[in-house]
Design a protein around this ligand. Structure first.
Ligand code: URA
Length: 233
């Protein structure tokens, strides 16, 4: 990796400021001043200091993405735009989505390169809670609520696990589930005679979507938020 890219990924300063500072001798690699911005560093081994402060390359990174409709939850796709394409500017290419949302679903998607944490949180035995806001085709009623809270038949071997339901509007609910079967929320609503016309995930593992993120925007998780997820392991 180029030295200036490493430092700019570490958010030390702007790229143009870094170029000047590198030329001015403010950066050392393994104790030696390096004045070339395009100098190649081994980001996992070299000790890189800027203005006397050492910068460690982050092994694991965690981002919260407000997934927009129209992109697929995959790392690559021949035809469709993927969620990974949306995080092109972060300076690394090893991220993947923690789980999947349908192409037309919006909302919270965690993007990371931490395979162990992802595996743990997605494991069906962990029962990590996911909250979805569902806009529905027809009014929601107490009978549908009771059925979802008991468990419904979506064509799997077993009924779905009991869900939590909060009625938000006549045709809008917040549904909390602890499973993650293919199209699960849409199939659950279909099983009670309704239909999801818009779906948004607002929470996963106790981590809430930052509502200041517009669809397509993302930000790094804070260390508190990362700890919250790690506690679920
Ligand atoms: N359930 C669905 O039906 N779709 C999603 O994208 C997520 C959960």
């Amino acid at each position: 990796m180029r030295l200036d890219k490493f430092l700019s990924d570490m958010k030390c300063a702007t790229r143009s400021q870094l170029k000047k500072d590198i030329r001015a001798g403010l950066v050392t690699v393994n104790g030696e001043i390096v004045r070339q911005s395009d100098y190649t560093v081994d980001e996992k081994q070299d000790k890189i200091c800027y203005k006397g402060n050492a910068y460690e390359y982050e092994k694991f990174v965690y981002y919260m993405l407000n997934k927009p409709a129209g992109v697929v939850s995959a790392t690559e796709d021949k035809r469709e735009k993927t969620v990974v394409d949306l995080l092109k500017d972060i300076g690394r290419n090893d991220l993947f989505p923690m789980g999947r949302l349908d192409k037309d679903t919006e909302g919270l998607l965690i993007m990371t390169n931490d395979g162990v944490l992802a595996h743990e949180l997605l494991s069906p035995t962990k029962h990590v809670e996911k909250v979805y806001e569902c806009t529905l085709a027809v009014p929601f009623d107490g009978i549908q609520k009771e059925a979802l809270e008991k468990g419904v038949d979506i064509g799997e071997k077993k009924l779905t696990m009991p869900a939590k339901v909060v009625i938000l509007e006549e045709k809008k609910i917040a549904l909390t589930i602890m499973e993650g079967k293919f199209h699960q929320v849409k199939r659950m609503l279909q099983a009670v005679g309704n239909e999801v016309i818009y779906l948004k995930r607002v929470c996963m593992g106790g981590l809430a979507l930052d509502e200041s993120l517009q669809p397509g925007q993302y930000r790094k998780l804070t260390s508190k938020e990362v700890m919250l997820l790690q506690e679920k392991q």
